[in-house]
Design a protein around this ligand. Structure first.
Ligand code: MTE
Length: 334
């Protein structure tokens, strides 16, 4: 990315694996008693009793009801969750500034309700929907994923969402649909980065996937994190999460999903084509022209405890997604 050096993230308490597992055991026991679950529907969320006084973002009532019914996700074996403080305080959202702390500082009044999403292009049933209507047929589930930023830091995040492929199927893609293009809201009045003289990107922010990538069950649309609604700095009210790709593919605050025959012109690729490819699959063997991609800094990290780990092919999801790229030269299609 066109990077402004971020100040070091303060090391904060991480939810230990044992505490997390104990909470999950309690939750599983509760789920076993389905009647109890019905009587106390809020329990699914309460497993994330936060250890700091961080701000929660409950979202509108209809969303809270759906979030509370979300199925719990499986932990990432051997890896702790990144604390809520870091997930919601160290962000890339250039519409709200270039610094890692800008989105949290500047997005608090971002209006995400009501919200509309346009579904257009190569679909049998185009239209514009309120977020509530768009989500209505989809049950939410938790997905705990690694997020690997192209800048070589990473997190483990418990998202709440639903498979993108399920939504695409509903709108009946035509035979010409080969790609999916996503667009973020453009609203300079609310998004200071879009009216900044120093902005290096053309707005609105656009991302895209090949159709088979979009239909892959790991690709989700997220509406929540840590059991509650997405905070504005994390891309409320609707964002993409594609865990085997660099984080910049996971576009935030989506207002349009368009199916296309042509490969979409996506923001970072258009800005610096020699540095950011359309595919952007996490790949430790293909370095960014200005830095290595062999390792990453897992947050929380500090000067004295940098927590550097090896980066894995497809961010550790190779078993599930490598077949999508068989026969492709991943140095050329980076
Ligand atoms: N989406 C929009 N609209 N604008 C952005 O600047 N940044 C991307 C991605 N989605 C970005 C975006 C990048 S570079 C990353 S690493 C992730 O969001 C970060 O997500 P997070 O802040 O929730 O960790």
């Amino acid at each position: 990315m066109l990077i402004k050096q971020a100040p070091d993230i303060p090391s904060s308490e991480i939810t230990s694996e044992s505490v997390y597992r104990r909470r999950r055991q309690i939750l599983k026991a509760m789920l076993a008693g389905g009647a109890m679950m019905a009587a106390h529907p809020a329990m699914a969320l309460d497993r994330y009793a936060l250890e700091s006084d961080d701000k929660r973002y409950p979202g509108p009532d209809w969303l809270q009801t759906k979030l509370r019914a979300a199925k719990a996700g499986d932990p990432v074996t051997g890896e702790s969750l990144t604390p809520y403080t870091d997930v919601t305080g160290h962000n890339n959202f250039y519409e709200f500034g270039l610094g890692k702390e800008d989105p949290k500082a500047k997005a608090q009044n971002f209006n995400t309700d009501p919200w509309k999403v346009e579904i257009s292009g190569e679909v049998g049933k185009p239209g514009t929907y309120t977020l509530e209507d768009l989500l209505k047929p989809h049950a939410l589930e938790e997905r705990i994923y690694r997020l690997r930023c192209v800048e070589a830091w990473s997190m483990v995040i418990p998202w709440v969402g639903f498979p993108l492929g399920d939504l695409i199927k509903r709108f009946e893609p035509t035979g010409n649909a080969k790609y999916v293009e996503f667009t973020t809201l453009q609203d300079p009045a609310q998004m200071p980065g879009q009216r900044s003289f120093f902005s290096t990107l053309d707005w609105p922010y656009v991302e895209g996937l090949r159709m088979d990538e979009a239909m892959h069950p790991l690709a989700i649309l997220a509406v929540g994190v840590y059991g509650d609604a997405l905070p504005p700095q994390n891309g409320a009210p609707l964002r993409l999460v594609v865990p085997w790709k660099y984080g910049f593919k996971s576009i935030k605050s989506i207002v349009r999903i368009r199916l296309t025959e042509e490969m979409p012109k996506v923001t970072w690729n258009q800005t610096a084509p020699s540095e950011y490819g359309f595919y952007a699959n996490v790949n430790p063997k293909v370095d960014h022209p200005r830095w290595s991609q062999a390792t990453e800094r897992r947050l929380p990290s500090s000067l004295f405890s940098p927590h550097i780990i090896d980066t894995r092919m497809f961010n550790g999801y190779a078993d599930q997604v490598a077949h999508l790229y068989s026969g492709m030269d991943l140095r050329k299609w980076f």
